[in-house]
Design a binder for this molecule. Structure first.
Ligand code: NAD
Length: 473
């Protein structure tokens, strides 16, 4: 048995976490509750001044040491993640996610963040410094639990804050194991994980000892958190749900883009915030794109994560399985033509829903209009580009979007007309730690990654005086 897994489990008791692929126990998690949360926030507050005073260069060293520690434990972490979340070890899944955690830690450590001279003329001198906020409360989802934890903790720590993290109740072992490894490189109480359910999350968002919240999860929960944070005017970064559109232009080559479209939509078996969730295809290419995507989809094995053959896994939980099943049913009821999948085998264990493509749906069908967060992609036909852009922009969310064309000019022109925080060209969901990432509309606000993401975890302090009244530090 995994020694890392042993080290994060309570000596006795706790809640048993089941593997979503097999229904077998993965491990147990202690769920301490709100009293423990108070103690964690107090400890993180006490540790924060010492962490800040270490200075940026030392914090950078320690974040890189944490990345080294993850690399040294990468396979053990990937196995825990695969068994708890369900994603296969292979493909763009568990090992890839652990690698992403390392890459994001290193990239976050590498961004230069110097005080900026903003004005320096005959009359005025002004600088902007970036100071820690204090304690960051981080609340995460179950789809990419390790990588998203790093997106929250790495910029927070780099900027001199300490972190209290509340993982999803569906994937606490992954986050506890990751933090256990990271903490071998960090001083005590700089990063504390408090597992628990919604009650612990709510208490964290209202806690007077927390200065900023970083939340990744559904739009509905995000709205509740914004309300809760209002009383103490906490800073908030909201990475919320999406329903990303992809638009294929009429000069694209269906065979050449099919694999990119597939992984844009089905990475992590569709359980990805910025996955391609609605695909718009022109009349002239409709049949070709449908058949090329079907060809790719049929070649991708789905199954238990620890088997090296598989690149797609189960839905992580029953609730999500039911959402996907009911949306595909709504698509069938609404006249959709199922190209592949759509017919789960209820007799096998695990929350497996087959890779599903549905053609000929109207834009207002629930499978198009609602976030499926699973392996079912609707393909919608369009006649004019204006119509496609209007359909793509027609929802109240806008996390990502994509344009598929060999023409750079057309790509940019369409990208600038789409309402989304990121528009990808001939790829989808291809996040990069150097490029700011965040939502538009009800997909959230604030950005992560890059210098812009780091600055969201800091208090800007402007220092201004007459020219010559103080000198640059
Ligand atoms: P969720 O909103 O159900 O839960 C997220 C977290 O919030 C969990 O830890 C949960 O315990 C906690 N929580 C629930 N109610 C709370 C409350 N009232 N106060 C405080 N905390 C509370 O989301 P989920 O089902 O875990 O994740 C799926 C959703 O997350 C999808 O909509 C997906 O698009 C979105 N997501 C967005 C991004 C992004 O970067 N924008 C990334 C990943 C997932």
């Amino acid at each position: 048995m995994s020694t890392l897994l042993d080290s994060i489990q309570p000596a006795s008791g706790g809640r048993t976490i089941l593997d979503p692929a097999t229904g077998e126990p993965v491990g147990r998690v202690a769920e301490p509750g709100v009293a423990e949360l108070d103690a964690a926030v107090a400890a993180a507050r006490a540790a924060q001044p010492g962490w800040a005073v270490l200075g940026d260069a030392r914090r950078v060293e320690l974040l890189n040491a944490a990345a080294d520690a993850i690399e040294a434990n990468a396979e053990e972490l990937a196995v825990i993640l695969s068994r708890e979340q369900g994603k296969p070890l292979n493909g763009p899944n568990a090992r890839f996610e652990v690698g992403g955690a390392v890459a994001w830690l290193r990239a976050t450590a590498a961004v230069p963040v110097e005080p900026e001279v903003i004005v320096n003329d005959d009359a005025t001198y002004a600088e902007v410094h970036h100071k820690p906020l204090g304690v960051v409360g981080a609340i995460g989802p179950w789809n990419w639990p390790m990588m998203i934890s790093v997106w929250q903790l790495a910029p927070s720590l780099r900027m001199g804050n300490t972190v209290v993290m509340k993982p999803s109740e569906f994937t606490p072992l992954s986050v506890l194991a990751l933090a256990q490894v990271i903490n071998t490189a960090l001083p005590a109480d700089v990063l504390i994980v408090v597992p628990g359910g919604r009650d612990v999350g709510e208490a964290l968002t209202a806690h007077p000892g927390v200065d900023k919240l970083m939340f990744t999860g559904s739009t509905a929960t995000g709205k509740a958190i914004i309300r809760s944070a209002a009383d103490s005017v906490k800073r908030v970064t909201m990475e919320l749900g999406g329903n990303d559109a992809g638009i294929v232009l009429d000069d694209a080559d269906p065979a050449a883009i099919a694999e990119g479209l597939f992984w844009g939509a089905f990475i992590n078996t569709g359980q990805t915030c910025a996955a391609l969730k609605r695909l718009y295809v022109p009349d002239s290419l409709y049949d070709a794109v449908c058949s090329e995507l079907t060809r790719v989809a049929q070649a991708m094995p789905m199954g238990v994560g620890l088997s090296e053959d598989n690149v797609l896994g189960p839905l992580q939980n029953k609730k999500q399985y039911d959402i996907v099943a009911s949306l595909v049913q709504a698509a069938k009821d609404g006249g959709g033509r199922v190209l592949v999948g759509g017919d789960p085998d209820e007799s096998t264990p695990g929350y497996f829903y087959p890779t599903t493509l549905v053609a000929d749906l109207p834009n207002d069908n629930p499978l198009v209009a609602q976030e499926q967060f699973g392996p079912a992609l609707p393909i919608i036909r369009y006649s004019s580009l204006d119509e496609a852009i209007e359909m793509a922009n027609g929802l109240d969310v806008g996390l990502g979007a994509s344009v598929w064309t060999p023409s750079p000019d057309r790509a940019r022109e369409v990208a600038l007309r789409l309402e989304a925080g990121t528009v990808w060209i001939n790829e989808h969901g291809a996040i990069d730690p150097r490029v700011p990432f965040g939502g538009s509309k009800q997909s959230g606000f604030g950005v992560e990654f890059s210098k812009a993401g780091l600055l969201e975890c800091a208090q800007p302090v402007s220092i201004k005086g007459a020219a010559g009244s103080f000198t640059a530090s």
